[in-house]
Ligand binder design. Structure first.
Ligand SMILES: Nc1ncnc2c1ncn2[C@@H]1O[C@H](COP(=O)(O)OP(=O)(O)OP(=O)(O)O)[C@@H](O)[C@H]1O
Length: 302
């Protein structure tokens, strides 16, 4: 049934406008089997629009979207995809077990109910009405419904919003299991630690354009920032003017420095304040990279 070009999901030079708003502008994105791709971006960056195109819920104005090598509206493409969106529209009167049976029946080779319960952490919930569950329990049911069809490609939009730490880790474990089985996962998330924990690659959108793409390590490395923290009496404004220092701020006893390289700055700090203690140097995380790249792209646009 599949086209020879059966990559799980792909956008080619995709564009989408809503009236005068350009939501996506020439976006290229390829999701491969056996990987988690995190789609990151601030509110309004275009993430939901990208997912909407890949699911055939929206039509591109320019470029092309394919799902499993087919037009996303094709039934065969839809049958190969599992979806967990932010607005679920699930009838609250149905019991969890009924919802699972119903959703499983749409797919050619669904997972067993027991598997779904184990993967999504639904123990004891099968007989409960969906509408009476807590927000976190509903989220877990939505996850179970997204994975019950054994999808080749899984779309997870903010999957762990509202989940406690245990439930979130359960979802992460399940995602890793699915990926190990060969599924492709497109994850949109505001939790950068979630992208860092799960994603093989990230694509960052800003105002409808891709501003960074690559492995988590590559994107992080584009931002050659180090965060230095120490307890010191040195004046923050003076330190902020040193070479390689982007910013220095004081928070109580602590001096917080963002620098493009740590060594020279640390040497100068130690020379300048022999009493300095509690020195800490961190590499930029994905959160730092994200903020920096968003700032850069806004500056370029200005
Ligand atoms: N139906 C619509 N009509 C008009 N404008 C829209 C519509 N849907 C989205 N937009 C606009 O398109 C842009 C991209 O929106 P989109 O929902 O794709 O962003 P997002 O990255 O998913 O945001 P969020 O993180 O808030 O979910 C925004 O400027 C948004 O206001």
């Amino acid at each position: 049934m599949q086209h020879e070009d059966a990559v799980p999901a792909r956008l080619r030079a995709a564009g989408k406008r809503y009236g005068s708003t350009c939501a996506l502008d020439g976006v290229d994105l390829t999701l491969h089997g056996g990987e988690v791709l995190a789609l990151l971006g601030a509110n309004g960056a275009g993430k939901s629009t990208a997912v909407g195109l890949l699911l055939g819920l929206l039509q591109p104005d320019a470029g092309q979207a394919t799902l499993l090598g087919m037009a996303p509206e094709a039934l065969a493409a839809r049958r190969g995809a599992g979806v967990m969106l932010q607005s679920a529209g699930i009838p609250g009167t149905l019991r969890v077990g009924e919802l699972l049976e119903l959703t499983r029946s749409y797919y050619p080779a669904p997972r067993s109910v027991a598997d779904c319960v184990a993967l999504a952490g639904l123990d004891g919930l099968l007989g409960r009405r969906y509408g009476r569950l807590s927000g976190g329990q509903q989220r877990r049911v939505q996850f179970a419904l997204a994975i019950c069809g054994r999808p080749q490609v899984l779309f997870l939009d903010e999957p762990t919003t509202g989940l406690d730490i245990q439930a979130r880790e359960q979802v992460w474990r399940a995602v890793r299991e699915l990926v190990a089985e060969g599924s492709a996962v497109l994850l949109t998330t505001h939790y950068l630690e979630e992208a860092e924990a799960l994603a093989d690659r990230v694509v960052m959108l800003e105002a409808g354009r891709v501003v960074a793409a690559g492995s988590v390590a590559e994107v992080r490395a584009r931002v050659v920032q180090r965060r230095i923290r120490c307890a010191s009496t040195l004046d923050a404004d003076t330190v902020a003017r040193w070479p390689q220092v982007h910013s220095a701020t004081r928070q109580g006893e602590s001096l917080e420095i963002v620098a493009s390289a740590a060594e020279a700055v640390v040497r100068r700090l130690l020379d300048g304040d022999p009493q300095l203690h509690d020195l800490e140097v961190r590499r930029a995380g994905l959160a730092d990279a994200f903020l920096e790249l968003s700032r850069e792209s806004r500056q370029e646009a200005a």
